[in-house]
Design a binder for this molecule. Sequence first.
Ligand code: EPU
Length: 327
Amino acid sequence: MESWLRPYPTQPVWMNMMPDSPFDLSHLQAAFGERLQTNVPMARYTSARVGGPADALLVANTANDLAGILQHLWQMNVRYWVLGGGSNVLVSDKGLRGVVVINRARQVRFNGATTPPSVWAESGANFGALARQAASRGLSGLEWAAGIPGTLGGAVVGNAGAFGGDIAGNLLLAEILHPNGHENWPVERLDYAYRTSILKRQPGQRVVLSATLALQHSTPEAVQARVNEFTEQRHKTQPPGASMGSMFKNPPGDAAGRLIDACGLKGTQVGAAQISPLHGNFFINHGQATAADVYSLISLARSQVAEKFGVTLELEVELLGLWEGSN
Ligand code: EPU
């Protein structure tokens, strides 16, 4: 076993880990026909452009389609991952033994007549684009989200946030699908905390189909001015390029980026992966980085921060797939 690749025992996603057993595709092929793609490199579907092949992949184009696919997969008892923008995950080089469902359910409906005004969107809607649409309608509340990569569904699960705002502060309802039907969950039921929710803490047979967010009336000029302010700040402090956003959660009272910086690790490169010279909590893929390259930077940052500051950095990014063994 490559010990440096050993996963953290605290990552709930490791509950997903199973032996690297061969995967029987015939039932899936019978159920989904030509829609089912096989042996698909996940680097194509992740914002870091990293990740080995998934056994199979399906694209869901509407929330109904997503629900139909999930019901099938649950009935077949097949391992699956639902990905939106793939912006908060690191997929192992060995890939994923199961089915990846790419969520492209993107309908969006603004409702200025409700109290408060609101927006309903399917979970595959691009979250940053949604925030920019709200700005152009003079609806305030999502300015913080204008530069956030990924989808609404991912944001709802991970309680995405920036510049003092987060999903927990906006969510009215999330429509959750489970094997026995679907329900509208009010925000309290998501049990939000910093960058986490009950859906993230207890991964299981539940998927976000859509969500309704609260907004406030304002003017396009005022909302756009806030969006521009945040965008400018983001450009100054966060690097462009293929990455997963913040790699680690901020530890209480401090910032992961500051700690990694203070260890002198900015600019450190392994293969084509680099800790950004601009921000210590952003890890950039300069081209052909492997997940193992990224993972060794993760290990390096964690061990040096622990040694120098006695702080254990917790991943914000989810590690998916198989990381142990040799096949
Ligand atoms: N800092 C350093 N060196 C660095 C980077 C940061 O000293 O290399 C210092 C900064 O000077 C600042 C502090 O660390 O005093 C915090 O840095 P920054 O303002 O850049 O914010 P952050 O805590 O690193 C958080 C979120 C981001 C979000 C920004 C803006 C987390 C883990 N990250 O970053 O969210 O965009 O605030 O609000 O909470 C994400 O979650 O993926 C994400 C990008």
